[in-house]
Design a binder for this molecule. Structure first.
Ligand SMILES: Cc1cn([C@H]2C[C@H](O)[C@@H](COP(=O)(O)OP(=O)(O)OP(=O)(O)O)O2)c(=O)[nH]c1=O
Length: 189
């Protein structure tokens, strides 16, 4: 994609979902870069503040070496109240997340950031999701699927976890990792 200033679009993300979602806008990035960012929340940090901070850090981490490009980055966080659930990397973390989300309402926040000429523009998109109550066999089967790995809150709505979703209000693409309506707005599409 080229803007009026003829800049290339760089996707600052290692997520294959974000690449696929961008394709739904008819866009293929000119470059893909993996942002190397410490995603540890600051003690007491609120979920919205955290999502924005990490998405900005991802954009800036890549913009440093590609100052003449348009850089797109995002961060997705699952939160319950003030609590930020981890991006599940172990079975134990995924089990804890699913046990916690079972029968509960939570929020999925995705911050999307566009960096151009050293300036950042951003949007924060919130989606409310309610999970059905999950039995132990439900959780065991989901853990065995492995789909939880690397996902915020230990689940992926676009896969087998879809059957756990009783209610959703907001942006489905935002939950998957890139809210397409807001991304299109940021890109001026
Ligand atoms: C809740 C939920 C999250 N996710 C994903 C979106 C994000 O890729 C991931 C949260 O981690 P992120 O840190 O937002 O993204 P990432 O590590 O996958 O990629 P990068 O930082 O390089 O851009 O969880 C789903 O795919 N489906 C879901 O239903």
């Amino acid at each position: 994609m080229r803007t009026s200033a003829n800049r290339g679009l760089v996707l600052a993300s290692a997520s294959p979902r974000r690449l696929e979602l961008l394709a739904q806008l008819g866009l293929t990035p000119d470059l893909i870069r993996t942002p190397d960012v410490d995603e540890t929340p600051v003690r007491g940090e609120l979920p919205r503040v955290y999502a924005k901070r990490i998405a900005q850090a991802k954009a800036l981490a890549v913009a440093g070496s590609l100052p003449d490009n348009l850089i797109l980055a995002a961060d997705t966080v699952v939160s319950v109240g003030r609590r930020i659930l981890p991006k599940a990397e172990t079975e134990e973390q995924a089990r804890q997340c699913l046990g916690f989300l079972s029968g509960r309402r939570h929020r999925v926040l995705t911050a999307v950031v566009l960096a151009e000429d050293g300036k950042l523009r951003e949007k924060l998109v919130e989606t409310v999701v309610i999970f059905a109550r999950l039995s132990k066999p439900d959780i065991d089967a989901y853990i065995a699927s492995g789909e939880w790995r690397g996902k915020a809150g230990g689940y992926a709505i676009q896969g087998k976890a879809a059957r756990f979703i009783r209610y959703i209000a907001g942006s489905y693409s935002g939950v998957v990792g890139l809210p397409l309506h807001e991304t299109a707005q940021l890109l001026g599409l």
